[in-house]
Ligand binder design. Structure first.
Ligand SMILES: O=C(O)CCC(=O)c1ccccc1C(=O)O
Ligand SMILES: [Mg+2]
Length: 368
């Protein structure tokens, strides 16, 4: 296939409820939707999930725009690609900038599957016809967090993640556990602790959490290995894993028993699948993470989650959990805690281009 045109749609959507983590709060979500068009006029879609500020990783929407327009798009436009994994050699001279790469990678995977007239989940090697949905409750007053959990339980979600931070940890989880003793519960610290907090982190073993996500700093895989030896709760790494090699090293060191795979963080579906395949042999638990993203990226996440090692329900919730109106048709829905896979070519959901054009702050077309 030859990509003859690449369009960047800069959009902004307001979250229905602000989302708070140990780093801060997100309310208005800026995103870039990427459309790649082939020589036959067929389109594939991807999304840049970086935030406006570098709080989660070092990338931002602005750095991604720069890297895409100056390096990634020129390296791909009008090149012959046999398979989406051919992008890796075009990306190789450009270090990191994974969210910029992932946006393009996902668009090319969607296009590739559409050209084959096959669903993306099938082309990726998925084996499930539905995926289990989990949900995240941001940091808030404990009674409000419990209220949210009650609502989401009612909606059927199968795994509950709460955000924690110093001062909102032991007592918070305790009050939640008192009301929900059997809840499949986990906590995400977004790097808010250090090894100085080891006694507190040990005490969290009291709560039978499914896992604790990214308790220590992003690059602390050695410290995470020390912590994992000291606590019973399985450690799940998020921010620390930005590549296949990071996953390999963290597993080798014993820094985690579980990995949260985010397509954006690792640079696309090709790298995500490599991590997946490695973790099958190593018996590492896997789930698909979320980035408060639009339906385009949610659709890619659903496809990825059909791969066999994704046994744990991910941060893949219904569109309506985030947005008044999503950019795909139909929206992603959760029924009895499951998202049913659509058996249509590519991501399976239709992108609402009219709506995107209407809300876009800027549309930039690239062709030679
Ligand atoms: O998409 C979601 O439902 C929320 C997922 C989430 O927790 C998150 C959202 C934005 C940035 C980082 C994280 C995280 O997993 O740490
Ligand atoms: Mg996380």
């Amino acid at each position: 296939m030859v990509i003859t045109e690449i369009n960047l749609y800069h959009i902004e959507m307001s979250l229905l409820t602000p989302f708070s983590t140990s780093y801060g709060t997100v309310k208005d979500r800026a995103l870039i939707l990427i459309e790649v068009v082939d020589e036959n006029g067929l389109s594939g879609w991807g999304e840049v999930v970086a935030f406006s500020t570098p709080w989660y990783t070092e990338e931002t929407i602005e750095t991604c725009t720069h890297i895409l327009e100056t390096f990634l798009i020129p390296s791909v436009l009008n090149q012959m690609l046999e398979h989406p994994s051919d992008l890796q050699k075009h990306f190789a001279p450009i270090k990191r900038n994974n969210m910029a790469k992932a946006g393009l990678d996902c668009a090319v995977w969607d296009l590739y599957a559409k050209r084959l007239q096959k669903p993306l989940w099938d082309v990726l090697g998925g084996t499930r016809s539905k995926v289990e949905a989990g949900v995240v409750v941001g940091i808030d007053q404990p009674h409000k967090m419990k209220e949210k959990i009650r609502e989401h339980l009612h909606d059927g979600y199968k795994r509950f993640k709460i955000k924690i931070k110093p001062g909102m940890d032991y007592e918070l989880i305790k009050v939640i556990r008192e009301e929900f003793p059997e809840l499949p519960l986990m906590a995400d610290a977004n790097s808010a602790y250090t090894l100085n907090d080891i006694s507190l982190l040990k005490r969290l073993d009291d709560f039978n959490l499914m896992m604790i996500e990214q308790p220590l700093q992003s690059d602390d895989i050695i410290d995470h290995a020390i912590l994992q030896k000291a606590i019973k709760t399985p450690i799940c790494l998020d921010e620390s894993i930005v590549s296949f090699d990071d996953a390999r090293k963290a597993i080798e060191l014993g820094s985690a028993k579980i990995i949260n795979v985010k397509v954006g963080r690792v640079g696309g579906l090709t790298e995500a699948k490599r991590i997946h395949d490695y973790c099958v042999d190593k018996e590492i638990g896997l789930w698909v993470g979320g980035m408060l993203e639009s339906g385009v990226s949610r659709a890619h996440n659903v496809a990825l989650a059909t791969l066999p090692q994704f046994h744990i329900p991910g941060d893949i919730s219904a569109s309506a959990r985030y947005w008044n109106k999503d950019v795909i048709m139909p929206e992603v829905t959760v029924e009895n805690g499951d998202i049913t896979i659509l058996n249509r070519p590519g991501i399976g959901y239709e992108v609402d281009v009219d709506y995107i054009r209407k809300i876009a702050k800027k549309i930039v077309a690239h062709k030679k």
